[in-house]
Design a protein around this ligand. Structure first.
Ligand SMILES: [Zn+2]
Ligand SMILES: [Zn+2]
Length: 113
């Protein structure tokens, strides 16, 4: 499989820890995950002109919003995260989770392309 597949993942305090097949490790905080929720409600949907159509009402962020309630695998390619405030429409593809890694190495390689 590609390097966008995890060898293993686990909850570690308030972080989702992922070890990738290429040996890379990502530590993603719940807050970061929630702020980057990929669902249409949080991210908006691209409109026909290529712009971003933001929903009129964003889900309200509360103290519970950054509490991870449940994590369920979606096939072999993604995780569905359920948050303390009941929000659960975010499907986080592993490929996407890898792009959220903000370690020095990833930030650097993104900056240089
Ligand atoms: Zn969302
Ligand atoms: Zn990284």
């Amino acid at each position: 499989m590609s390097d966008a597949q995890p060898a293993s993942y686990s909850i570690f305090g308030e972080f989702l820890a992922i070890i990738w097949h290429d040996g890379h490790e990502s530590l993603l905080s719940f807050e970061r995950l929630r702020k980057n929720c990929p669902c249409a409600n949080c991210k908006g949907e691209p409109d026909l002109l290529g712009g971003l159509q933001m929903p009129a009402e964003q889900p309200e962020i509360t103290g519970q919003s950054y509490v991870l309630k449940k994590m369920a695998p979606v096939g072999h390619y993604a995780l569905q995260l359920t948050w303390g405030d009941g929000h659960s429409s975010g499907i986080y593809a592993f490929k996407y989770l890898r792009t959220l890694c903000d370690c020095d190495e990833c930030v650097k390689s993104r900056a240089t392309g």
